[in-house]
Design a protein around this ligand. Structure first.
Ligand code: TTJ
Length: 645
């Protein structure tokens, strides 16, 4: 700093106190100082460039993860103002980086996209950075300023010339390790996910992501996200691995009540709905008024069309929204001046004007679209009418099972070997693949606390079946009654009869497939069981090694090799490769896979940063007396269900 040292006056002291507050309570500003918060810093900076793109003044943003894990974000916009602001006596640059909540206040016109989850802006990133440097290209000069932990190192100064006609802003920062104690390492895939989403939501904008952290001599990783079609391309990206039932992607856009509305949608032949909603480019997982407006208009417009065109008779009931949205992939994106977020996690849009704006734009433009595209209207309505029939059949089947269970007392499935302890806290249920393994498990179990439910063969893939077939499936009915919770709107976790639900399948490809189908079912029908951590995978061993009357079990090839190098490789080794649970006798099954003291369980979690539709992660839970050689199991194995199986 030297002779350029900054003098602090009363105003500056106030500013420093503001940034000091951010450093004292970072969680208040970025939610968390774990990995999510770290990545949030990047989005906060990028949001400023996206605002510039929304103003029509920038079309390229580059994000680089440098070798030393610092981040550089640059754009080709007009540049943050370098002139001195009369009111504050500070340059525009200094205002942006040192005054809390100053982000996005410039310019006027366009929408103030306060970006990110908390919309706190660049000064928060500055406060939480070990250092941050900003360079602005303006009228042929490069202006630069540096900050350390939020404090100005020198006044904004000209450091050189820039290319004729070029303008833009470049920010480089290093997150403060004393704040982000858990990690300061950026994950390429996490940034990629969000930046791609940003590019989809801002048509025409090109975003480049680069990773310089590669081995010497190798080229940096670089990807470009650029979608001229915007959210229309988002929909076709989401439908990429699905079979669409018509080629057109419906697209509606307009402004009403100061709300800018964009909607894109297309049906595929599956039975699940995927709707993603955004406000000012921020995802609203809990929906809100914009989603309500969309649903109202969709349901009304399709029903009106169906009646007008005699696809529904006067005596027929209306289609429900669910019927119409079966297999629908849609993106709803609104931009609004002053978004109000509601709900427990503030992820739900509250502005009432958004409801009417979305409803009227979708209503008008969808009516017109259906008139112009009667073939699409027919495909959607045929599918919706089938969905309506399936829903009726499912309701009847459900009413029947409800009545039945009232008659038979608990109505537990016949194949279930229940435990004797009736306190769910102590109880666990093993869902076992195949009758023979089920038999061994019944013999092996600890009867007081362990219940066994054998399932025959592969269970139904709920992604590929309508509700009526799902409710009619014997294996699924058995699980639902055994768990005791009911499903969907009937779901009540307080009725859960077991604290642990343990899926026990063979340690081979088929076993993994069955586990996938099971997890898909649980995720779709009883997601709270997974969210609350009740679902586990058992880990049967792959090998048994016998030598001189001693026995070892190995849970992977690596582990077998490790044991072999300990005991010596010779002809006294008797190695058995388990092809299935059925090959183990009850005692072995107990010792290796079921005994709470010795077994390994993987707990199934929902992955928060999920990229895939169903992204589950596993954490290892072990019995109390764990031998160190079991440590090989990855602590956070990731498990993405492949829905196309
Ligand atoms: C505001 O209106 C006058 C002309 O400049 C506009 C502006 O500030 N544009 C702007 C800011 N473009 N890019 C930024 C920006 C870029 C990064 C990487 C970080 C920050 C904090 C702002």
């Amino acid at each position: 700093m030297g002779n350029e040292e900054v003098q602090y006056g009363a105003d500056q002291i106030q500013i420093l106190e503001g940034l000091e507050a951010v450093r004292k309570r970072p969680g208040m500003y970025i939610g968390t100082t774990a990995s999510r918060g770290l990545h949030h810093l990047v989005y906060e900076i990028v949001d400023n460039s996206v605002d510039e793109a929304l103003a029509g003044a920038c079309d390229h943003i580059e994000v680089t993860i440098n070798e030393d894990n610092t981040i550089c974000v640059s754009d080709n916009g007009r540049g943050i103002p370098v002139g001195v602001n009369h009111k504050s006596g500070l340059t525009g640059v200094e205002v942006v980086f040192t005054i809390l909540h100053a982000g996005g206040k410039f310019g006027g016109g366009g929408y103030k996209v306060s970006g990110g989850l908390h919309g706190v802006g660049a000064s928060v990133v500055n406060a939480l950075s070990d250092w941050l440097e900003v360079e602005v290209c303006h009228e042929g000069k490069v202006y630069k300023q540096r900050y350390e932990r939020g404090k100005v190192c020198y006044p904004l100064k000209v450091v050189g010339d820039c290319e004729e006609g070029r303008t833009g802003t470049k920010v480089t920062f290093k997150p403060d390790e004393t704040i982000f104690k858990e990690t300061t390492v950026f994950e390429y895939d996490i940034l990629k996910q969000r930046l791609r989403e940003m590019a989809f939501l801002t048509k025409g904008l090109k975003i480049t992501l680069r990773d310089m952290r590669v081995e010497e001599g190798e080229n940096p990783i670089e990807e470009h996200f650029h979608y001229e079609g915007g959210i229309k391309e988002f929909v076709s990206y989401l439908n990429k691995s699905k079979t669409v039932i018509y080629d057109q992607i419906m697209y509606f856009e307009g402004d009403r009540n100061n709300v800018h509305v964009e909607v894109a949608m297309q049906h595929n032949d599956s039975y699940t709905e995927s709707t993603y909603t955004f406000v000012n480019n921020i995802n609203t997982p809990e929906g809100g008024t914009h989603l309500e407006g969309f649903k109202i208009a969709l349901t009304k417009t399709f029903n009106d069309y169906a009646r007008a065109n005699k696809m529904l008779k006067d005596s027929d009931e209306n289609l429900t929204g669910e019927d119409i949205r079966e297999g629908l992939t849609s993106i709803i994106s609104v931009k609004i001046e002053d978004p109000q977020f509601e709900g427990q996690t503030k992820q739900k849009l509250g502005n009432t004007e958004a409801r009417g704006a979305v409803a009227s734009i979708v209503g008008e433009q969808l009516t017109y679209f259906l008139e112009q595209n009667p073939n699409v209207a027919k495909m959607v309505l045929d599918k919706s009418i089938l969905a309506q029939r399936a829903r009726d059949a499912a309701r009847k089947a459900r009413d029947l099972t409800r009545r039945k269970s009232a008659l038979d007392g608990l109505g537990l499935p016949g194949k279930l070997a229940d435990c004797s302890d009736k306190d769910p806290k102590n109880c666990e249920i093993f869902i076992v693949e195949g009758d023979s393994a089920g038999g061994s498990a019944k013999t092996a179990r600890s009867r007081a606390t362990q219940a066994i439910l054998p399932l025959r063969g592969k269970i139904l893939n709920v992604e590929k079946a309508r509700v009526d077939r799902i409710y009619g499936n014997a294996e699924i009915k058995a699980m639902i009654t055994a768990f005791g919770t009911g499903i969907h709107e009937d779901f009540d976790i307080s009725k859960l009869r077991y604290n642990k639900i343990i899926i026990m399948t063979d340690a081979d490809v088929d076993g993994a497939h069955i586990a996938t189908l099971m997890l898909t079912f649980l995720y779709r029908f009883m997601p709270d069981l997974i969210k609350d951590g009740h679902v586990f995978l058992a880990q049967p061993p792959l090998y048994k090694l016998e030598k001189n009357r001693q026995v070892w079990y190995a849970y992977s090839d690596d582990e077998l090799n490790k044991i072999l190098s300990d005991v010596g490789r010779d002809q006294n080794n008797k190695i058995q490769r388990y092809k299935g649970l059925g090959e183990m006798d009850p005692e072995q099954l107990w010792e290796t896979t079921m005994d709470p003291e010795r077994r390994i369980l993987l707990r199934v979690n929902l992955n928060e940063e999920a990229e895939s539709d169903i992204d589950l992660t596993f954490t290892t839970l072990m019995g109390d007396k764990v031998e160190p050689r079991r440590d090989f199991i990855e602590k956070n194995a990731k498990f993405v269900t492949n829905l196309d199986i």
